[in-house]
Design a protein around this ligand. Sequence first.
Ligand SMILES: [Zn+2]
Length: 383
Amino acid sequence: MHETIISRLARAYERDRLGHCLLLTGGGGNGAYHVAVRLAQMFLCPSWDEPNGCQTCQNIGKLNHPDLSVLSPLPPRFGEGSSSGTPDAEPVSTTLSEDLFAPLNVGANWKITSEQADRLITWAWQTPWQAPRKVAIVAEADFITELIAPKLLKTLEEPPPAVTFLLITSRPQNLLPTVRSRCQVVPIPPLTEDEIVRILVEHGADEGDARSAAMLANGDVWVAQSLTRAGAEGTRRNAYSLIETALDPKKKPVHIFDLCRKLLAPPEGKTRWLPSEEAAIVGEITRWMAWGLRNILVNLEESSEVPEELRSIFPSAKRIGFARLFSWLDEVDRIHEMSIRNVSAMPALFALAMYLRDDRRVFRETDGSEIAAFPSLTWWPSL
Ligand SMILES: [Zn+2]
């Protein structure tokens, strides 16, 4: 996987042309953590290129090597109240140590703390324990804030000898420019369909399910995994029923509102979701809405290929036509993108459904003048 990139970087390393700070863009869904670990093996183990990997390489694969450190965002109040004296296992490192392709589900309110940055810098200045070099992986590097950036920048500018920093993000546009400018950028391209199928099947997915998820995941194994995950079926049905209700002219806005509320209702025994959990639900629903809409769009001319569960939506979608379906998809993708950072769940879902039905009545000023051609989330007060 990504062998071309890895061997290109290996050649650059042999010729001493590799910077001490690499920024892997493309993110975990494209397999960037797999690439980072292969590079860590290259830096830390002389026999990294041998098939099957030696014990050292296997340990590095589990992020368990004294000359490898991982800096990653932590949830709020992480480690408070731990009394055992040993630090709690950090969620991102724990997930990656078990599975380099697992979705990381980092919340918008997670942080890389100042103490973490201090610890990493101290570690970086110590001489390597076993290997000739040290490697620091900065996971989800766009979580580096202005608060901790100066410390890290100083280290990146005058780096300790024999340390390579590997910064990883799927959102390079959110990375502080001062950080980005000190890195050598290595774009990690999307995975191929076959690669995604292989990963999903290794994770226990059925081959047929894996194939259809891979086709719709745009090369992102995180997306593909959420499409094949257990329980995904319920969310998928919810997403489709939201499209269907929005399209049904007999349904009033209040019906749509009630459905949105139902979709966001906490499960029995839980009084309410946290805002970040609600945003994650919006993320899942919009992902499935996008899947449904893409499926309808590519089959618009020939309905026999539309999956069974989308058939009831198909006639109204066909009436609406390609251009408008396409603009829907844009809007669904936009809300999905917002849900990753944070979004007020109820207004987002409701406004999205109203956008799909092209309902202008609701969105007028008190004097009756039209606020916008379509209800656009940009003027929704709480967003
Ligand atoms: Zn090795």
